[in-house]
Design a protein. Sequence first.
Length: 711
Amino acid sequence: MMQRTESPPETARDAPPETPATIAPGALVVGGAPEGFDAKLVAALVARTEGPVLHVARDDARAAAMAEGLAIFAPELPVLHFPAWDCLPYDRVSPNPEIAAARMATLAALAHGFDRPAVVLATLNAVTQRVPPREALAEASFLAEAGRQVDVDGLVAWLARMGFNRASTVIEHGDFAVRGGIIDIFPPGWENPVRLDFFGDVLESARRFDAESQRTIEKISRVELAPASEIILDEAAITRFRTRYRELFGQPKLDDPLYAAVSEGRKYQGMEHWVALFHDRLETLFDYLPEAPVTLDHQVGEACKARLEMIRDHYEARREVAEGPARGDVPYRPVPPEMTYLTEEDWTAALGARETRALSPNRLPPGPGVTNAGGRIGRSFAPERRQENANVFKALADHVRAKRAEGPVLIASYSEGARERLGSLLADNGVADAREVRGWRDVRPGVNLIVWGLEQGFEADGVTVVSEQDVLGERLIRRARRSRRAENFLTEAQSLTPGDLVVHIEHGVGRYLGLETITAAGAPHECLGLEYAGGDKLYLPVENIELLSRYGQETGELDRLGSSQWQAKKARLKKRVREAADHLIRVAAERALKQGDVIEPDGQPYASFCARFPYQETEDQMRAIEDVIADLGSGRPMDRLICGDVGFGKTEIALRAAFAAANMGVQVALVCPTTLLARQHAQVFQERFQGTGLKVRQLSRFVPAREAAEV
């Protein structure tokens, strides 16, 4: 478990004031725009503009915060997300397909003339990277309508050229699958994939469907597709790449896999970092929005300098290796940074040619090119959290009562469960009229509770916003993971190295040999080579990699292809599982007959204790907590095993169970396998139980004998 750290609110106030010269010539610096309030200012700017507004966030976290703020202030406002690649400059890996698809969806929308009021939300890393020209996206589209003829082979070839990934089942954006007369496609920017059902060469029907359940969501009559990748592998692009690659680096050597793969029209891992060679020229996101005003996140100017310096460092490191003595590594010949990324001069020129506002949370002295929006960072309750016997929720209630006379008070929580807890804790401390709201339009005089993941509250225009983090301290948010397939199965060949043992669901344990290109039906196909007992080999198409899982050990006996050995192993294992299950059922039945103490958590103290948890509970974690509390109150001995990886929140479950029991007056012992864990858990328990009146002590061989005897 990570410990909570306190960040004093004065940090932002003490930062040096920004000036237009440090941002861009002609930029207007808007002070008094803390996080949350800055979204209100951006929404107000869009309301005064006929077309889109470009907002450049410092990083992904700030972009997510802006998107959440815009949903609060202007839920009907279209937001086009333009994320940056999730890999380093000059990396050997490609960007995540879903990120690439999101970028292409936004570029395609802008290329086709998106002129409605909207916010194009991009990160600094995304804006400083060049993109394919507008005409390339405007021309690279595919339209199919139900009841009309479609060149099916041409569609499949188009999907491959546009960067779609052929798979057995569509799972991510940019996937497509062909099964007879049915083609499944997951287009960029679409929430769900689409299924095209052909009768010969006529599109009989088209429908959106759920990728997990495969159930139809709705029927549609028209499907318009955009590229899924910034690289379009058609003949013209391949010719451009080959020509420009030779111009830059000379005649390629035989051991250059990038040049060989592109020449054959095959995708290559990390090829996106040579995107400049596939197009006649590259443009920028500013070119897609020629007249759009720009708003800049706080400290974007400093972040831009650091980003461009990092790009140069990565390029120089790659170039030095490429020009050094020959090594056994795969050759990497980097493209000069100005071909793929903006320079400082490009950045300054792009901002200087349009209306630009740089937002700052600090209150700035007025002057040329500087104005103030009237917002300020709200109060932090860190002093009350540090005091041993202070009640932070009483301090919050007192603050709310004082501020509600000046205007509406908004309490922002990270989740619905946290909102409900804070509402009940406020009621326990005398603020019983708090109402739940969904957005800014629902806010009324008095106390309003909203789900909004603000890091810090703010005050502006007679409105007071208090964030959950102001009250409880810094939180670390774990995003819920979307599981689309069994996680023990492999999803990428890059996660394997030759020599690894793998298990094929039908053929058993084999040894991975590496990727090989096999010619089948006159066309090259990439396959995973697997070796089995006796030297037998199996070639598995890469799109069927989900049939493999890792073997649990580094060494083991290989199974024989075509024999019953693997099936016999599975049958023996199933028998042992049934025997173990029978034994466990008998033991559980015996324990269910025994009686135990009834332990039920006391409402208000338990809610206050839970509210101090510095994370957002996951669904599985909340279910485990509820099950444990139900066990304690069942009157039977609790017999429950909590499983989870490191940092998944098992300790918090133990903390809440221990508090529920100890608060009823009984003693609780937490038994640890090592003295190190005992010391670590003692520190965590002492921090969380601070101010509750319950004592936490440690017992181990490192505790002095006298102290241990007292305990």
